[in-house]
Design a protein around this ligand. Structure first.
Ligand SMILES: C[S@@+](CC[C@H](N)C(=O)[O-])C[C@H]1O[C@@H](n2cnc3c(N)ncnc32)[C@H](O)[C@@H]1O
Length: 126
């Protein structure tokens, strides 16, 4: 959640601007929530610092998402939970398989149609 969104909802939080979890070294988190840039775009559009960073997900819309998936085993605490918002074009079954290989079970929390997007929120845990 961005700092301004938090403030508008009267939620106090500390915000750190970084590439995924790159500022953390040995930290473990009990809950990780990611509303990622998931729109399918050209790879070149993905990974920048402009407004397009809020939507551009590159191939399958998964280029940023897959980078975080690789980091979850290290950063999620043993009893931790990782929530991830995806759309159909991200091929959620592939994401479930990737996380399964990392030793995570998964559950679908909600699926919903939002305008032209079929969204799904997945929950991952050991
Ligand atoms: C779909 S928006 C979600 C915005 C907000 N977090 C929310 O949930 O309403 C995706 C967010 O991911 C951020 N983002 C994109 N690439 C990132 C990266 N490599 N590391 C950290 N954040 C990134 C974007 O700047 C954008 O704020």
């Amino acid at each position: 959640m961005s700092l301004s969104t938090a403030l508008q909802n009267k939620i106090l939080l500390d915000a750190i601007n970084m590439d995924l979890v790159s500022c953390f070294v040995n930290n473990k988190f009990d809950v990780i929530i990611f509303n990622p840039p998931y729109v399918v775009t050209e790879s070149a559009e993905c990974g920048g610092c402009g407004i397009e960073a809020s939507w551009a997900g590159g191939i399958k819309g998964r280029e940023i998402i897959d980078r975080l998936l690789d980091m979850i085993p290290k950063y999620l605490s043993p009893d931790g939970i990782f929530y991830l918002l995806l759309i159909k074009e991200n091929i959620p079954t592939e994401v479930v398989q990737i996380m399964f290989k990392y030793g995570f079970k998964s559950e679908t929390i909600i699926t919903r149609q939002v305008r032209n997007e079929q969204q799904v929120v997945l929950k991952f845990y050991r």
